[in-house]
Ligand binder design. Structure first.
Ligand SMILES: Cc1ncc(COP(=O)(O)O)c(C=O)c1O
Length: 476
């Protein structure tokens, strides 16, 4: 780029900015339009990437077109497209273009959504948007929260609040309970909060991979008898492995009787309340003391946006607010919310914007249908797999996840595990679709997570066909 304002002020001219901006938008639009034709995943080895991207710190700038070309060739060509209609691995992240532009706006206006002085308008948008999620989850008006980076951070903030409220930081002998299907971010959050591994009871899940409340009750009683301090139960509103929903009403009743904090991890599953099937499966969600919910999963937002909701939002502030002298000028009235007092980040981006904008542009009705489609697609996949003698359904479609396994009469369990692993390895290598594996009751199983509303029945049919092809190759 030439002429324009001096580069030592890190500025571009108006024309340069417009040309640059148009080019970037054109690249994104071309990407969105051609996504279906691209491989879902492409991974390059470290050595090759080092040879392409390792270079000395650039003392002098180069033409922006050169940088964009390098980015396209070596960086964006080596990623997994979590928003690809045939991405069924892990928990996909099917974003939307309105939110992509919202992220650009949030960055363009360089909003620091920390406090009312810095961002009264954005803070109000965050208050409104968090409250929309509260209403969807039917939590009481006393509930509130904030947007964070994702489910891991939402779990950390929730558990820190629980520790503060229930233990006043006296963690010795304290015990937390969850099922063995709970996401590892819970364990990590407890480690960060200074709990020993032995303070987390991972209880064996029932036949449907749900928390057993009978077992939970026994453990709490036994722990109390042994002089321990039970203080928190973590229930799942959709497990990552199988989409199982823990018995939320029974867990909440037990927590009430025993005086325990109920944290519900709905990072991937909670948005299912939007549709009828999900609402019925998630009965009791509204009884949570704290709830994690990731808009960057089943609310179709680009990464990163998670949400924490706390039943009594004042407790969140009690657990987190610290006001040093150099921030005294941020002091606000009770109505003026400083989000930096409700979590870990001081400087924080305007994450609420993308969810707010996309909900306004598409309307809740479109989101409701998009969520409902996730259920339909998983049920379609289950029917298809059941129709073939090669596949055994391990867990029926639940909350957009179905797990299954390739089976044959010959061969040991170990051989079958290996065949199933080979299927996943080859699927990833080919890149036409992605499917991930997990272990359930000692057996290697495959799982499809079908929460992308742009997935077609034919995408699933072709993916199953590819899996059968790789199974045949693996069996020799
Ligand atoms: C149930 C559950 N909890 C927590 C997480 C962690 O969320 P994040 O990756 O946004 O930190 C996940 C991620 O898949 C999840 O499925």
């Amino acid at each position: 780029m030439s002429d324009g304002p001096p580069k030592d002020a890190l500025q571009l001219s108006r024309d340069e900015m417009l040309a640059f901006g148009h080019e970037i938008v054109a690249i994104i639009v071309a990407h969105v339009e051609s996504l279906r034709e691209k491989p879902v995943v492409r991974k390059m080895d470290r050595l090759s990437l080092e040879s392409r991207l390792r270079e000395p710190l650039p003392e002098r700038g180069v033409d922006v077109g050169t940088v964009i070309r390098q980015l396209q060739q070596d960086v964006f060509s080596n990623i997994m497209h979590n928003d690809h209609p045939r991405c069924f691995a892990f928990i996909p992240g099917p974003g939307n273009f309105v939110s992509v532009m919202a992220d650009a706006l949030a960055s363009g206006f360089n909003v620091i959504a920390a406090d009312w002085l810095d961002a009264s308008g954005p803070s109000e948008v965050e208050l409104v948007t968090v409250d929309w999620l509260r209403q969807l989850c039917a939590l009481p008006e006393s509930a509130g929260g904030l947007f964070v980076s994702g489910g891991s951070m939402a779990n950390l903030i929730s558990l820190r609040t629980a520790r503060h409220v229930m233990l006043r930081e006296k963690t010795a002998g304290a015990v937390v309970y969850c099922s063995d299907q709970t996401h590892s971010s819970v364990e990590r959050a407890l480690q960060v909060l200074g709990f020993e591994t032995t303070q987390l009871r991972k209880l064996p899940s029932d036949d449907l991979f749900r928390l057993s409340v009978t077992c939970l009750k026994q453990e709490v009683t036994a722990d109390r008898a042994a002089g321990k301090v039970p203080f928190c139960v973590i229930a799942n509103a959709g497990t990552t492995n199988t989409g199982a929903v823990d018995p939320l009403i029974e867990a909440a009743e037990l927590c009430k009787q025993e005086g325990l904090w109920l944290h519900v991890d709905g990072a991937y599953g909670a948005p299912a309340v939007l549709c009828e099937k999900g609402r019925s499966l998630l009965r009791g969600l509204q009884l949570a003391d704290s709830l994690s919910l990731d808009p960057h999963k089943w609310l179709f937002q680009p990464f990163e946006i998670g949400c924490v909701l706390i039943r009594d939002v004042h407790l969140l502030k009690e657990a987190f607010a610290i006001r040093p002298e150099y921030l005294k000028d941020l002091e606000s009235t009770a109505e003026e919310i400083n989000f930096c007092d409700y979590g870990i980040q001081l400087s924080r981006s305007f994450r609420a914007l993308k969810l707010w904008m996309s909900l306004k542009v598409f309307g809740l009705e479109a989101f409701r249908e998009a969520v409902a489609r996730g259920f339909v697609l998983a049920e379609f996949a289950e029917t298809l797999l059941r129709a073939s003698p090669h596949w055994e359904i391990v867990t029926a479609a639940s909350m957009g996840i179905v797990t299954f396994r390739f089976v044959q009469e010959r061969g040991s369990q170990h051989d079958l595990d290996q065949v199933n692993q080979r299927i996943v390895d080859e699927i990833f290598k080919e890149g036409f679709a992605t499917v991930s594996s997990t272990r359930l009751r000692g057996r290697k199983v495959l799982r499809l997570c079908t929460i992308n509303p742009r997935t077609t029945e034919d995408d699933i049919r072709q993916t199953v066909y590819r899996m059968e092809h790789f199974a045949r190759l693996a069996c020799g």
